[in-house]
Design a protein around this ligand. Structure first.
Ligand code: ATP
Length: 330
């Protein structure tokens, strides 16, 4: 059975709040009763709870926390972000795969999702923990028309979008640690890495990768003090498909706002309201020298406004810089 047929049946069940008759499924896809029955059984084997009632039909009562192409495709309603999808059980890095796909002509908005990465990376070549079966690793590929110096703001656009999605799905109080981390209770639940492929003065393509600690129950010693998961903070298992779906919905909306001005102008209020280090003491870890100050949120170009003790104000550009709280990670 083709996985696209399975996707279509899942989509039909998802789009209905009521029972869908076997007859309707047969007619929608021009397939036999037996074929419908086989697809329903396969979905049940994968963990979907589907109620079957005589004379009424089928009703999808719950979906398992599985990542698969059918699961993701049947959820996506976006026009651009994630409208084209690739799924891998295991991959080196979703950013690297997305770049490869871009070189091979993949369309704007391609989303690469993996259940596990074996070469997950953060900024400056640092590693990103990427175990199987519990977290989200995804990368969107874009072919923007804005200039390369605007690209670092995509990290901020993605941060707002994923934070909004997490708030929708978990009701947790979520914040952003400028520029690229999402935190819950002062610990990191999401990392974002944007990478560019440029041609003299224009962007050939851009990839923005997101790692979300969703259902992870413990962390390696080295990061245990600063890392957490949505499960550990909320006390309940979170459906990853739903979180990916909501992240792409918010990203599509926010990216459109961003593209209108090619700046954070339309998103600055949302971003600053999520910023954990707003009006807070921060330590700027600049490779050219560390300094402390009070952060006043971001500029329209996505820089962090930091007022030093002597009253001078720095607009900090994300590139090579990390920001810490004075007493710890946030
Ligand atoms: P920082 O976290 O130092 O402010 P950053 O946001 O740029 O900087 P990245 O380079 O994007 O951090 O992420 C890599 C770092 O994140 C690693 O060095 C490690 O400390 C931490 N880390 C790695 N895997 C995870 C994970 N699954 N969850 C939370 N933190 C992680």
């Amino acid at each position: 059975m083709s996985s696209s047929r399975k996707t279509e049946v899942l989509q039909l069940l998802r789009s209905s709040n009521d029972y869908v008759s076997g007859q309707q499924i047969c007619e929608s896809f021009g397939i036999s009763r037996t074929a419908v029955w086989k697809i329903i059984n396969q979905l049940k084997d994968e963990g979907y709870e589907i109620e079957a009632v005589q004379n009424k039909g089928y009703f999808l009562s719950s979906a398992p926390d599985v990542l698969s192409l059918s699961e993701l495709k049947s959820r996506m309603k976006t026009k651009m972000a994630g409208s084209h999808l690739l799924y891998f059980d295991e991959i080196g890095s979703t950013n690297i795969e997305a770049k490869k796909q871009a070189e091979n002509g993949a369309p704007n908005g391609l989303l690469v999702v993996a259940d596990k990465q074996n070469q997950g990376r953060g900024r400056r070549g640092r590693s990103w923990e990427s175990p199987a079966g519990m977290n989200i690793f995804m990368t969107i590929m874009l072919r923007p028309s804005f200039a390369p110096d605007k690209a670092s703001m995509i990290t901020l656009v993605m941060a707002v979008s994923v934070a909004q999605a997490i708030a929708d799905v978990t009701r947790l109080s979520v914040g952003i640690k400028w520029p690229n981390d999402i935190v819950v209770n002062k610990k990191k639940v999401v990392g974002i890495l944007t990478e560019l492929t440029t041609e003299t003065d224009y962007i050939q393509h851009l990839v923005c990768g997101v790692g979300i600690n969703v259902n992870q129950t413990d962390f390696p010693e080295a990061i245990a003090a600063t890392a957490t998961s949505l499960y550990l903070e909320s006390g309940r298992k979170i459906n990853r498909g739903e979180l990916i779906e909501k992240s792409m919905e918010h990203f599509e909306e926010n990216y459109e706002i961003f593209c209108k001005t090619e700046s954070m102008e339309g998103l600055i209020v949302d971003y600053n309201s999520l910023l954990v280090n707003k009006e807070a003491q921060v330590r700027v870890l600049d490779p050219k020298g560390e300094y402390d100050g009070i952060s006043h949120g971001i500029t329209e170009m996505g820089e962090l406004i930091v007022e030093k003790a002597d009253g001078t104000v720095e607009n900090v550009y994300a590139g090579e810089v990390s920001v810490r709280g004075i007493y710890g990670y946030v």
